[in-house]
Design a protein around this ligand. Sequence first.
Ligand SMILES: N[C@@H](CCC(=O)N[C@@H](CS)C(=O)NCC(=O)O)C(=O)O
Length: 207
Amino acid sequence: MKTLDFASAPNPIKLRLYCAEKGLTIPFEHIDLTQSEQRKPAFLKKNPQGTVPILALDNGTYLTESLVIMEYLEELYPKPHMIGKTPLERAYTRQIERFIEWHILHQTTQIFYHTHAFFSDQQQIPTIAALAKARLPKALEHLNQFLNKSGFVIANQPTIADCTLFAAFVHAQRVDLDLGAECKNIRHWHQCFSQRDSVKKLKLQPN
Ligand SMILES: N[C@@H](CCC(=O)N[C@@H](CS)C(=O)NCC(=O)O)C(=O)O
């Protein structure tokens, strides 16, 4: 089993944090997004969407959705629990993670994709970025009210929700957005989570 990814892209960051928090060491193969390797035929055969990360299994199967990969790994290696222990905890954790992914990470992705020079060879539509930017404050305020002081999104231990939120933070910084600027609890969460060994192991490239 190995992961195909690009270390500083948000969905790979999410997966790398998850693996590090679980203590999983899965080899990583570098897919160079700066050279558009994800759009080349050899890669598209593995994932027609042309996106990373991919989890390549020994039986030839490719899993191409970061959340699905984390859920698969969670089933293989349940401890420490990163999606909750009971059915209700698991549903709740997924609900919060989905909220963060859709309302925060996805919006930062839209802003990045439609404004950043990294994707200047693609069709960029500034209105999409503007809409995404306008949607963020409401979602951040909602999350801010939800967070407690534990330094984790849910209860007092890391979950997939922390991994997704941290990935959104990194991505937002690249378009000069500080997700914690107006939200004290989010800022506190970010300060705490940034101290984790999982974060220190990330290989982030400058903007
Ligand atoms: N839903 C997919 C999205 C993956 C995705 O959008 N990956 C980005 C990097 S974070 C990518 O590979 N972008 C390359 C491109 O759009 O050309 C997942 O969660 O794995």
